[in-house]
Design a binder for this molecule. Sequence first.
Ligand code: DX5
Ligand code: ZN
Length: 218
Amino acid sequence: MTLKIAPSILSADFARLGEEVRAISTAGADYVHVDVMDGHFVPNLTIGPAVVAALRPHTPLPLDVHLMIAPCDPLIPEFAKAGADIITIHAEAGPHADRSVQLIKTLGKKAGISICPATHESALDYVLDTVDLILVMTVNPGFGGQAFLPSQLRKIEAIRAKIATSGRKIDLEVDGGINPTTAADVKRAGANVLVAGSAVFQGEARDYARHITALRNA
Ligand code: DX5
Ligand code: ZN
């Protein structure tokens, strides 16, 4: 399986975001991963639809928007309008994940669902027939640069098996603590899209291609 790499701009230089997005786009990234945090669902506050709209003209790559916000439904149309291509909500963000997934599909976008480390994969069973992407958090969401949780490998394997049974084409993305070593582990477990923040945005922009390649060749 070929790996897709989705650098998380959470670890980019926020004062030069357009430039940073252009740099990863020419460095071989597959998606641009945008971490949206609300200071409520997760203990950190990041960026909103205005920033996504401002970044849109800077890259032809799909904008992979990870909503760590609750409630999520009121802002989903704003992120769609801003130019998101994939919108991922959290199963834990409210009682109506299916409604949120349907809302995203209605807006003509790819829909993703994410689960935190303590959430069982069975939370995904009844949205498997609609979602385009499943995002397994391999750290507790909120911050970049945290250590990978090996407990999630078994979950990735279980979800890969569910996807195979479904017969649908669903991306299995992982997010948190991904570096060339953990990339090999999650690939073996069945992930095909790797989010990486600190492992990509280190050193100078001219180093990003090397970091992306190191992850892809894991
Ligand atoms: C964590 C975010 C991640 C984070 C990953 O809440 O969803 O996307 O930026 O950062 P690294 O790769 O540094 O763990
Ligand atoms: Zn993320």
